[in-house]
Design a protein around this ligand. Structure first.
Ligand code: ADE
Ligand code: ZN
Length: 333
């Protein structure tokens, strides 16, 4: 299995129907159905907004510290099987506190699962602000999270994109930077390429989540290439949310041809039919990517991670060993 870092993964997006039903029963939260097939059949989306509606509704089953612990533990177990060595895990505290869950339950449950984990995965938490709740709510969330400062390493920006440009969040990102937090932001998933420029120049984002619509602006592409800005691309998500009509139409090959620092990630794997290994398999099969290219994507993921340099070197050596071990092997094995 190719060793990778997963840099774009929403922990709430790992809520598989089985755990959804278990948590709903545990917490007495009504569901429209408890039939796993029927639940999965609802996972068809016309857009980011239509996905988010179901996503926020489903996460109502997460109520207690134990629920967040179980969610993160289940992800780490699955991630281990996907070859993940390093995970920088997004979570959305506002979608829980808005439903009456104390922020402490979110932080303590998730961080305890990471601390107790025995998969060997190096993992850290990145707290995301819901952009459609606006900058004041984001600042309040950062303030509420600071008592748990040692439990997260960075901040991100997610949820509905269009109409909520990154620049709105300048002050909260400035505050986060002053606290020593790492900075990332979703941009140009559904929104225009300008949002990437704003995320870089106004927020100081160190990585761009998605960024696929950057390809519409050649001068931005040149900048991203020259500055080696990491882009956390999520191919199965882009197909599921109709950012692209089909995998064949995905811009990943063009991004690679343009020399961009691309990484491959899963976003919300329980909803988009695939964990990070499935995303790698999908692009390998669709575009016939050679092992050298897959190894390059994996190396990019470690280089773009916020892990210590010594760990990065160790993981990159594992990628080299994977590539050497693949010499002469059937590419599909
Ligand atoms: N939250 C979870 N998944 C997301 C995505 N793909 N875009 C924006 N916000 C999200
Ligand atoms: Zn995302």
């Amino acid at each position: 299995m190719l060793p990778v870092a997963e840099l774009h993964l929403h922990i709430e997006g790992t809520l598989e129907p089985e755990l959804l039903v278990t948590l709903a029963a545990r917490n007495g939260v009504p569901l429209p159905t408890t039939d796993l097939g029927e639940l999965r059949a609802r996972y068809r989306f016309a857009s980011l907004r239509s996905f988010l509606d179901l996503y926020y509704e489903s996460m109502r089953v997460l109520r207690t510290e134990q629920d967040f612990y179980d969610l993160a533990s289940a992800y780490l177990t699955r991630a281990k099987a996907a070859g993940v060595r390093r995970a920088e895990i997004f979570f959305d505290p506002q979608s829980h506190t808005g439903a009456g869950v104390p922020i402490e339950a979110v932080f303590t449950g998730l961080s305890a699962a990471l601390a107790d984990d025995d998969t060997g995965i190096s993992a850290d938490l990145v707290m995301c602000f819901l952009r459609d709740l606006g900058p004041d709510a984001a600042m309040d969330t950062l303030e509420a999270a600071l008592p748990f400062r040692e439990k997260f390493i960075g901040v991100g920006l997610d949820s509905t994109e269009i109409g909520y440009p990154p620049a709105l969040f300048r002050d909260v990102y400035r505050r986060a930077a002053a606290e020593g937090l790492r900075l990332v932001a979703h941009a140009a998933e559904e929104g225009p390429p300008d949002y990437v420029t704003e995320a870089l120049d106004v927020l100081g984002a160190e990585r761009i989540d998605h960024g696929v619509r950057s390809m519409e602006d050649p001068s931005l592409v040149a900048r991203l290439r020259d500055e080696r800005v990491p882009l956390t691309v999520c191919p199965l998500s882009n197909v599921a949310l109709r950012v692209v009509p089909t995998m064949r139409a995905h811009m990943l090959p063009a991004m690679l041809d343009a020399g961009l620092m691309v990484t491959v990630n899963s976003d919300d794997p329980a909803y988009f039919c695939g964990y990070v290994d499935d995303n790698f398999a999908a692009v390998r099969e669709e575009f016939g990517l050679p092992d050298e290219t897959l190894a390059g994507l994996a190396r990019n993921s470690f280089a773009a991670s916020f892990a210590p340099d010594l760990d990065k070197q160790k993981w990159k050596a594992e990628v080299d060993a994977w590539l050497t071990g693949r010499d002469g092997h059937d590419r599909m094995s």
